[in-house]
Design a protein around this ligand. Structure first.
Ligand code: RB5
Length: 145
């Protein structure tokens, strides 16, 4: 499985930690930047990752900024993207099982690296449950038309 990753300056350090973690899990990673902590604009990286996921060049995406929220707002503007800003393991599992989220957004300023790694693992290990949840996800997709 390939995962597209990205961050702004506020998420760069956590993105680097999570990139290593994903590689250690045996995942392929495509890193869309940023590549340092110089001030930059998070929608740039949200769009790159979202477009890669929407085009199925990567199965899933991971975005990190200061809070995860700006990244999620921007990524969700791309058709086919269901990006979830998450800061706990319960929500990480629920958003895969119920929302079929395809991009996980984390905040370097809101979660520490240990919790962030556990959130990523929980999200990756969970699966979409389908059924009644598929009906609701289809309703979300219909909003894009
Ligand atoms: C950058 O200062 C910060 O606004 C950004 O990383 C993010 O938290 C936005 O949601």
């Amino acid at each position: 499985m390939k995962i597209a990753i990205g961050a702004d300056h506020g998420g760069y350090s956590l993105k680097e930690i999570l990139k290593q973690h994903l590689l250690e899990r045996g995942l392929k990673v495509e890193d869309f930047g940023a590549f340092d902590t110089q001030s930059c604009h998070y929608p740039v990286y949200a769009e790159k990752v979202a477009r890669a996921v929407a085009a199925k060049e990567a199965e899933l995406g991971l975005l990190v900024c200061g809070t995860g929220i700006g990244m999620s707002i921007a990524a969700n503007k791309v058709k086919g993207i269901r990006a979830a800003a998450v800061s706990d393991c319960f929500t990480a599992q629920a958003t895969r099982e119920h929302n079929d989220s395809n991009i996980l957004c984390l905040g370097e300023r809101t979660v520490g690296p240990g919790l962030a790694m556990r959130i990523v693992d929980t999200w990756l290990d969970a699966s979409f449950l389908g059924g009644r949840h598929q009906i609701r996800v289809d309703m979300i997709s219909a909003l894009e038309k």
